[in-house]
Design a protein around this ligand. Structure first.
Ligand code: HEM
Length: 235
């Protein structure tokens, strides 16, 4: 709140202290881990059984456009927590809803089971198998359509004046999209409030999850590059 109305910061002094303390604990915990990885990269024989590649390796090589210096350690940690925060709550919410839908509808469970077993039998499911399981694909799409893990998109800053839904949006405005409204729009979906994976099987309803060919739902963000790896998997 006080980001938007600075005079309110007086009411949040204690919260700020607590947040700064948590941040300090985060730095104290993670910086030694980053330094350890730096040492391993310099000398791969330093420890046994090291991961061949880690997300932090990518960050250590990161070059930000228009910036001469490399990111600082606190900036690395912010990027790491963005990934952890972005990946945990969303995924656990999706899994909880999947379980709820399966428990509520044994017929769906049966179809999922047959789809998976017909593809892999008793073997563990591997990434490439997912492409060949039409019902599982349809179920996941319907799950994420009906139960978006986030009701609002992240805040996006408008870089140039635009028109959205008939409204003028000025440059520098902060925009958050109400994602559920899109997937409950009867102009875009038939019976949008029903949970029905078959809508994606019959071919009557399709979706381009990347959002590059028109937007009917925004699951991972929209447009190329936004959550693209995940969107592509289910596209
Ligand atoms: C069911 C799974 C997931 C769903 C539904 C989901 C959905 C979303 C959505 C809607 C956004 C906001 C995009 C925007 O407003 O532009 C987002 C951002 C993000 N997600 Fe996910 N996500 C999922 C899984 C993950 C996973 C597994 C990771 C990482 C391992 C991840 C990392 C991120 C990050 C880093 C952002 C911020 C991107 C940015 O700042 O531009 N997400 N996600």
């Amino acid at each position: 709140m006080d980001d938007y109305s600075p005079f309110l910061c007086l009411f949040f002094v204690n919260n700020q202290k607590k947040v700064l303390q948590v941040r300090q604990e985060q730095l104290d915990t993670v910086i030694p881990l980053i330094n350890r990885r730096r040492s391993i990269l310099k000398n791969p024989n330093l420890e046994l059984n090291v991961a061949p590649f880690s997300y932090i390796d990518f960050l250590l090589d990161l070059k930000v456009d228009g910036c001469d210096s490399v990111p600082t350690d606190p900036e690395f940690i912010t990027l790491c927590s963005e990934l952890i925060n972005g990946g945990t709550d969303t995924t656990s919410i999706a899994i909880e809803w999947a379980m709820a839908r399966i428990i509520d509808n044994p017929n769906i469970q049966d179809k999922l089971y047959k789809d998976i077993v017909s593809m892999v039998g008793d073997h563990p499911v591997d990434d490439p198998d997912l492409e060949k399981m039409p019902y599982l694909q349809a179920f996941i799409k319907e799950l994420l359509r009906k139960h978006p893990s986030m009701y609002f998109s992240m805040t996006h800053t408008v870089v140039e004046a635009a028109k959205l839904g008939g409204y003028d949006v000025p440059p520098d405005a902060n925009l958050e999209l109400f994602l559920s409204m899109i997937v409950e729009d009867e102009r875009l979906w038939s019976k949008p409030l029903e949970f029905n994976p078959e809508r994606f099987i019959s071919g009557e309803e399709t979706t381009d999850i990347t959002g590059s060919a028109g937007i009917r739902m925004i699951l991972f963000g929209a447009g190329w590059g936004r959550g693209y790896a995940r969107a592509w998997r289910w596209g």
